[in-house]
Design a protein around this ligand. Structure first.
Ligand code: HEC
Ligand code: HEC
Length: 257
């Protein structure tokens, strides 16, 4: 019994699927882009191209800001290991990215803006970079990805610091000043004063996630002053770029004056 189930899961997946599809899931099969996989599992699981698309989505929505450019982690959890906070099956990860797991600490607003297809494709990318124990894989393994496709997947999206600087000069300099010293024209009347963002002793211990949420949700959401406004219209990518720029201000030695 048990061994028959295992064989069905590991080797005869395609055969098992087609028998379940025979019970009348004609409309699902009509979607051109979808693979022949059981309902509720990743329809892009076997699409090599979805790895490339998924990588673009990973950058577009700022996943890299927390999970690292290659998913190896940084301020956020690594995605390439075999530890999964809520489980690693397709449905669980789909819900996590959609922001529907009640006690998740991963921000739930990002996934609200994503289509189902974007979530599945980004998950195909996440699957493709898994480097943990192969015995623990409980999803359809993406096909081998060609060298060209991998090269395309690893292209970086623009220059985060330069792009972040542009946003900063539009939205932040009135208070934080053109160089981030906290001396913009609007600072005169503010109490508390805008933070000097070049103050390495204060700024360097702050992690990406804190900065991301602070800038997105505003000071009041994180126990800071309401004088530090929210920027709810910035996309995750724009937020990550601004975070990259803000961090660059305290990474370099403060200019003498
Ligand atoms: C602001 C930081 C942040 C951003 C942005 C973010 N994540 Fe996460 N992510 C987390 C945290 C924290 C966890 C750990 C689970 C939890 O506590 O919610 C996590 C968990 C995960 C997991 C499960 C990992 C595990 O080991 O359990 C996946 C997969 C994942 N994120 C994918 C993504 C994708 C894809 C995006 C972009 C659409 C994204 N994340 C954006 C912070 C982030
Ligand atoms: C209306 C004025 C104003 C604008 C605009 C503004 N800030 Fe601030 N910011 C503040 C004030 C005031 C504080 C200090 C908050 C406190 O100490 O409670 C602050 C603090 C900060 C901090 C430090 C948080 C901490 O832990 O003390 C960062 C980082 C920051 N701002 C980044 C930004 C970025 C990036 C932008 C543009 C997207 C921005 N701010 C726009 C007023 C502003």
């Amino acid at each position: 019994m048990t061994s028959r189930l295992v064989i069905c899961g590991a080797l005869l997946l395609a055969a098992c699927n087609s028998s379940s599809k025979a019970d009348g899931k004609g409309s699902a099969a009509a979607k051109v882009v979808q693979d022949d996989v059981p309902p509720g599992t990743n329809p892009f699981a076997k699409h090599g191209e979805a790895v490339v698309e998924g990588r673009k989505i990973f950058l577009k929505y700022g996943c890299a800001g927390c999970h690292g450019m290659g998913g190896g982690g940084g301020m956020g959890k690594p995605l390439i290991d075999e530890e999964w906070r809520f489980g690693s099956d397709d449905q669980t990860l789909f819900k996590l990215i959609r922001g529907e797991i009640p006690n998740q600490t991963m921000p739930n607003m990002i996934g609200k803006a994503m289509t189902d297809e974007e979530i599945w494709q980004v998950l195909t990318y996440v699957r493709s970079i898994y480097a943990g124990d192969p015995a623990k894989i409980n999803w359809v393994v993406p096909p081998p990805v060609s060298a060209e496709m991998l090269a395309a997947a690893n292209q970086h999206a623009g220059d985060p610091i330069a792009d972040g600087k542009q946003t900063f000069s539009q939205l932040c300099t009135p208070c934080h000043g053109p160089e981030g010293h906290g001396d913009g024209p609007a600072a005169v009347s503010l109490n508390p004063k805008p933070r000097n963002l070049t103050d390495a002793a204060y700024m360097q211990p702050l992690d990406d996630r804190y900065l991301f949420e602070l800038i997105s949700r505003g000071g009041i959401a994180l126990g800071k002053s309401q004088m530090m406004p929210a920027q709810p219209t910035l996309t995750a990518q724009e937020l990550n770029n601004v975070v990259a720029y803000v961090k660059s201000l305290s990474a370099a030695p403060a200019p003498a004056h």
